[in-house]
Write a protein that binds this ligand. Structure first.
Ligand code: DC
Length: 210
């Protein structure tokens, strides 16, 4: 198996940007695994279903097609909460596991999510747990919305980030928790360039990766 870099952490901690840059640096494919849960939630909403209903959500996860991952409506408050709801259902997680494993198995990969280092690739050579304060993450999510022309209230966006964190941490199926052998990177005071430089330092110093 090729090199697997597992990147986990709460919402808006900077995982996606970092994962993309590490993938480019190491010449590896990149998978944003949150898209699988988002696309599953969307399929349920499209059919007028309830994302928290296990049989409905599991059927949607099993019916997922590659094209679903490039839909333009996978972000925003409605998609966020549908994704979080389907992600707490064990049958959904099981249905999405094979796709994630086969994505990384042949050539190696960088994957980001919540359970990559604990469940999807527990034997990954490199695991990063990327965090930041809830205030910093709320602010980043708010800036993303602003950049898209969506007018939102900063306090409300930060509160939504906290609710989603809690759901991801408290669920019994694959809760958000750092793997025992994960290297922690706190990006509260770091911009994207500094976070990338710190991640490379950690991977060099602790995993011998250049
Ligand atoms: O990373 P994201 O915000 O796009 O993730 C969307 C939702 O999916 C989020 O509530 C957590 C969940 N998720 C998960 O449970 N496991 C993953 N590997 C990736 C995302």
């Amino acid at each position: 198996m090729g090199l697997i870099i597992a990147i986990d952490g709460p919402a808006a901690a900077g995982k996606g940007t970092l994962a993309r840059r590490l993938a480019a640096h190491f010449g590896l494919p990149y998978l944003d695994t949150g898209l699988l849960y988002r696309a599953t939630g969307r399929r349920v909403l499209d059919a007028g279903g309830e994302p928290a209903d296990p049989p409905t959500a599991e059927a949607a996860a099993r019916a997922l097609q590659p094209d679903d991952l490039s839909r333009s409506d996978l972000r925003g408050p409605q998609a966020d909460s549908a994704a979080s709801a389907v992600a707490s259902i064990p049958g959904v997680r099981a249905a999405l596991l094979d796709f994630q494993r086969s994505f990384g198995t042949e050539r190696g990969a960088v994957l980001d999510g919540r359970d990559i280092g604990t469940i999807v690739f527990p034997a990954a050579k490199a695991k990063l747990f990327v965090t930041a304060s809830a205030e910093a993450r709320g602010q980043r999510r708010w800036l993303e919305l602003q950049a898209k022309g969506i007018d939102a209230d900063l306090a409300e966006v930060t509160a939504q980030v906290r609710v989603r964190d809690q759901q991801d941490r408290d669920r019994t199926a694959a809760p958000l928790v750092p793997a025992a052998d994960a290297l922690t990177l706190d990006t509260t005071a770091l911009d994207a360039d500094a976070a990338f430089a710190c991640a490379l330092d950690l991977l060099r110093a602790h995993r011998g990766l250049g």
